[in-house]
Design a protein around this ligand. Structure first.
Ligand code: F6P
Length: 352
């Protein structure tokens, strides 16, 4: 049996732990299985760049950040574009898969990756996928791997900001990753003790944020921490059609909020962004266990020849769901999400 592994899209913690989970389970069940590492995600599959890997290469990587296979972003919308040789990337990938006589591919990725995995599956490739992303926005799973580790990093960042903010009586606007969804900002904000959490799912009013700061000042709390998701928008920004939004060049959700707050406050308002720090370093022990369980399940699906599926968390169980039900969908924070209500109950403002 010949199995190819690839990691695609933005990296996150736990990719290696997941690869290890898949490979160790396969080698234990079928000692003569051939496992191939495909280089840099779909780029390696398109270009035919892979190498046979030995069981020992999957040892000692449980805690290692990044991905031993490398990764790249290959936009789904370009998969059918015809190149100078009159062939598209999808066809190149399918041909490479068939010519190498792979029996299956294990694909670790987020939303874009899942759309392409689904396309491969519809074109005769035996695919099993794992839901990877710090954003936690893959549909069909209660959680993605990498999320817990990235939340830990973002919360660590907020913790550090807290002490200096309190010393100086400053306002800090901290921009947390998450363009389309706010899971990271919500969890890191609660876990890191933010006073205001602003999310793409809930357009905010600057006046409401100012009120929180004023109230805290009156209570003698001269500092405030605002966790804002990369994709958060004010109500007026959100009400403008996307193509008509004119943001200052180089601005971000966080810098725009700082500019608005600074117009009204005497206090020093600072902007910070943990950026890719959130995706770096070791996975948390919780993610290591989660990745291992997902990896074992993915290998079991291959052994049972159950393809076209993503392994997923449902409650406390690892299950699998058809790619047909996953691809092209986004898991945003539902407005009736219990965690939102709990944040509000605690007195955290969501800016609405
Ligand atoms: O999808 C994961 C993510 O980290 C997002 O939260 C963020 O918006 C984006 O990737 C950043 O992408 P890149 O690493 O390509 O700059």
């Amino acid at each position: 049996m010949k199995v190819g592994l690839l990691t695609s899209g933005g990296d996150c913690q736990g990719l290696n732990a997941s690869l290890r989970g898949v490979a160790k389970t396969l080698f234990n069940a079928v000692p003569d299985v051939e496992v191939y590492g495909i280089q840099d995600g779909y780029h390696g599959l398109i270009s035919g760049i892979w190498r046979k890997m030995e069981p020992g290469e999957f040892s000692g990587i449980l805690r290692e950040g990044g991905t031993i296979l490398g990764t790249s972003r290959q936009p789904f919308k370009k998969m059918r574009d015809i190149n100078e040789n009159n062939i598209d990337k999808l066809t190149m990938m399918v041909n490479n898969y068939k010519n190498e006589n792979f029996d299956a591919l294990v694909i670790l990725g987020g939303n874009g990756t899942h759309k392409t995995a689904h396309l491969l599956s519809q074109n005769g490739v035996n695919v099993v996928t794992l839901p990877k992303t710090i954003d936690n926005d893959v549909y069909g799973t209660d959680c993605t791997f990498g999320f817990d580790s990235a939340v830990a990093k973002a919360a660590e960042f907020l913790d550090a900001v807290h002490t200096t903010a309190a010393s100086h009586g400053r306002i800090f606007v901290v921009e947390i990753m998450g363009h389309k969804v706010g899971w990271m900002a919500l969890y890191a904000g609660i876990g890191g003790g933010a006073d205001v959490i602003l999310l793409p799912e809930i357009p905010y009013e600057t006046q409401k944020v100012l009120k929180v700061i004023e109230k805290r000042n009156k209570q003698g709390k001269k500092f405030s921490i605002i966790a804002i998701a990369e994709g958060a928008l004010s109500k007026s920004e959100a009400s403008t059609p996307k193509k008509e939004r004119k943001f200052p060049a180089g601005s971000t959700a966080g810098t725009r909020l700082v500019a608005k707050l600074s117009e009204h406050l005497e206090q020093d308002v600072r902007f910070l962004m943990p950026g890719h720090f959130q995706r770096g370093g070791e996975p948390t022990p919780t993610d290591r266990v989660f990745c291992t369980r997902l990896g074992v399940k993915a290998a079991e699906l291959i052994l049972k020849k159950k393809f076209g599926r993503m392994v997923a968390l449902k409650g406390t169980s690892i299950v699998s769901v058809p790619l047909d039900d996953v691809a092209g969908k986004l898991k945003a924070i539902p407005l009736d999400c219990e965690v939102l209500a709990q944040a509000r109950a605690l007195g955290i403002s969501l800016g609405d």
